[in-house]
Write a protein that binds this ligand. Sequence first.
Ligand code: DER
Length: 234
Amino acid sequence: LTQDELKKIAAYKAVEFVESGMVLGLGTGSTAKHAVDRIGELLRQGKLSNIVGIPTSKKTQEQAVSLGIPLSDLDNYPTIDLAIDGADEVDPHLNLVKGRGGSLLREKMVEGACKKFVCIVDESKLVKHLGGSGLALPVEIVPFCWKFTANKLQKLFQGSDCVAKLRNDGEGKPFVTDNGNYIVDLYLKKEMGDLQVASDAILRIAGVVEHGMFLDMATTVIVAGELGITIKDK
Ligand code: DER
């Protein structure tokens, strides 16, 4: 099975948790895309009805509009029944790293407002420790004096031989999030210590808006692997 087929399997499994009448957090990324497609399909087939979608990015909003999924926002629905979204890393305690797609702020706002947050991944996302796989830990920061903020982040994790890089848009300009902010990606060579301590320390830096560690937020993680589907509950 290809990685995308595994993502689709996990996504379709998560949509089985969706009931008519629910307010749904719609995730962002290549895995969540399959879940949003599936929700649109079930609505079209009449197998689901009275769904309100709360998108976690402009990209997902556009996808949902094209599928005819009714949409609203957190101002109108401050409590959401269920969110379905992907992740870049999942540790054994269901802590996540998200944000490599650049949508972490709206994802964290939406998923933080949910009664249930079902995270969908292919097995390649499973890690022992967050931020230790050499992949990026994304941090959304304000553009104002971004170097100042990036240096503070790099110093914070100097014990992990951290390198902080401003994410660019592939055309030599800084990537700009849906919220008009920048993303600094932190590359740690050694795993960080206590995740909550690290999370609090990052958020104390004045120029930081939010980071990509989703601690104790997922209520269920659905993992699609070569040998089948595993459902991990909190
Ligand atoms: O950027 C994000 O937060 C995405 O949800 C990411 O964590 C997962 O993206 P993928 O499903 O394309 O791997």
